[in-house]
Design a protein around this ligand. Structure first.
Ligand code: SF4
Length: 172
């Protein structure tokens, strides 16, 4: 697996990359993969990265002033669409993580069901939860700056994106 390129032992830039990690409709496998990466790299990465929003691991989360928002999952309700737009407003760069965020699939599989294939179980979910008619990929709703493909995400691509961001924001 790729690693971040030769991180200096000490952060001399005086700043950290402000990062948020968000998850919408999906199996959250990329979140699991991300936490596995943190198992190996947290001590090294936290010198350079401020994980401001990471609900899987933190109680206190802050969405304001993000440099990079990593967003996993497809959008399946109006509430999620509003949350995604709020993330976009608060992040300089938005990265779609995994196939569901990048293409909608496989979370958007129900979009392809014909009316006669939508049985009473599916109708029950529609009537009891706040689901929109169609499941959408992130790009249908907001500008996406980068994509990390894969189901779950390709870990090397994710690390490459993180490394580029550290350079772009002059952290390293
Ligand atoms: S892209 Fe695959 S692994 Fe990621 S959330 Fe969707 S189904 Fe799960």
């Amino acid at each position: 697996m790729a690693d971040l390129p030769a991180l200096p032992p000490v952060n001399t830039s005086g700043k950290k990359l402000a990062v948020g990690w968000f998850s919408f409709t999906c199996s959250e496998d990329s979140t699991i993969l991300f936490t596995e990466l943190l198992n190996d790299h947290l001590e090294e990465w936290k010198k350079f990265v401020d994980f401001k929003y990471l609900k899987a691991l933190k109680m206190n989360n802050q969405i304001e002033g993000l440099d990079v928002a990593f967003v996993e999952g497809a959008i399946s309700s109006e509430k999620q669409a509003a949350e995604l737009k709020r993330i976009r407003e608060n992040a300089k760069v938005l990265v779609a993580i995994g196939s569901c965020a990048c293409t909608g699939q496989p979370s958007a599989t129900r979009n392809n069901l014909f009316d006669n294939e939508i049985n009473y179980k599916v109708y029950w979910y529609f009537s009891h939860f706040d689901y929109s008619h169609e499941v959408k990929k992130l790009e249908d709703l907001v500008k996406v700056d980068e994509k990390v493909m894969g189901c779950p995400m390709n870990a090397d691509s994710f690390i490459g994106t993180l490394a580029r961001s550290l350079k772009t924001f002059n952290i390293i």
